[in-house]
Write a protein that binds this ligand. Sequence first.
Ligand code: G6Q
Length: 517
Amino acid sequence: MSFTRHPAFQKLLSLRQNPVDLTKELAPDRLEKMLLKGCGFSLFYGTERVTEETLDALYLLAEEARVLEKMQRMQAGEVINEIRGVESEKRSVLHTAMRDLFDKRQEAPAAKAAALLAERELTKLENFLEKIKGKFSHVLQIGIGGSDLGPRALAIASEAFYKPGVQPHFISNVDPDDTISTLNKLDLSKTLVIVVSKSGTTLETETNEAFVRDRFQKAGLSPHDHFVAVTGEGSPMDDPSFYLASFYIWDFVGGRYSATSMVGAPLLSFCLGIEGFKEVLRGAHEMDLHALKSPLRSNLPLLSALLGVWNRNFLSLPTVAIIPYSQALVRFPAHLQQLDMESNGKGVDKEGRSVDFSTGPVVWGEPGTNGQHSFYQLIHQGTDPIPLELIGFKKSQYEKDFSFAGTSSQQKLLSNLFAQAIALALGQKSDNPNRSFPGNRPSRILMAEQLDLYTLGALLSYYEHKVAFQGFLWNINSFDQEGVQLGKRLATQLLSHFQETPSPFPLGDAYWKALSL
Ligand code: G6Q
């Protein structure tokens, strides 16, 4: 059913007339009461502009949209990546099977078969890593979009747990400066190169692979002894004779959902050891089970999805800032930007009808406290309220800290996090209009004990399921990406004309024709 036709939608429309005023209502007991715990996380949502009545209506909406049933169908491997009645991808969506390696495994045949494939590739990887032990210290991943952002975000976030001496590097952009500056940091003789492309046809990745292979050849090294492929079975890159090892990914794992598949596994296992990588998978799997099995009112990613829908569709807030108070999560906002905006930046519903409501928000962010010294000005006093998703951890990763002026750095970090949420909610009155803060600006806080490997996996999965739940609520397909496909096609068409004309500016008729829009 269309999102706006649910009876709960009408109820929420009436509630939006009079949303809670946080400047009046925020008090310690509200913060204590509006808290949901699960899977090692605590979600504080007392600083969102909701009342118990709003929450009742939101949960009713979730019930009417049958989101838990849809989550079950997804994790069971039913074909849900489709738009009914028109040509579409028509695939299962089984990134959850990539980490279904522990107890309480899925019994549904499609999910079970996918998990067995994942297990097979992981065993292959384990044997490969054993074989190359001691040969390499640098690892370079070449890939873009989903074949870069998630693995890179996880690799940066888990540096505290690396095996001694390993150094990961990434090349994604087809900008030659990116490639050269990365190559300059490598000792090629000690470098393992992992080329990741599900399609095996992405121009940026093909170009960078050729570029780096050329460097190996020029250095008198055989690329075959250093290059590993991760690709789809039967893709142009699926040629094991060309690589030291090859691993597979499948069309039921979308690029932006692929960090826990072989897209992220080789690099992360190289850096963390296979057991370390499995710990990331274990955390992700526990959150998968939590999203699947928790009832409506105790389901963490669902609550986050519902609060997001309230802010987007009923308070009409068009963006969301994700601010981790953890430097390790510096690339997480970039990954979540792709995850959310590529999944839910859609204009038709699952029946192919144009939607008459807003879908995915603009997602952006930076770690706190850095953001506080830049764009928080607009967040406090700008004309457009921006809902925040704040992420924090009680303990630091290294657990090595320094006391200055009576408090540790970790205490300073956390006190900033909570102070911001409260200041945004309460605001501040002043006779000087330039020094007054309107307040009533929503945020929520996701807290965990420590950003260890398990928690990192669970955090990744929490956001994957938040995005999926929002898609289920809006009745859109969160798992295709026609907009990305269009850009790839047009760039390739246009490129042929660059070969003919050295200077492409101004873009003359020939270019417009090449685009055949
Ligand atoms: C992700 C998108 C997109 C994709 C890249 C790389 O969901 O589809 O970001 O991951 O375009 O594609 P390949 O892995 O096929 O090179």
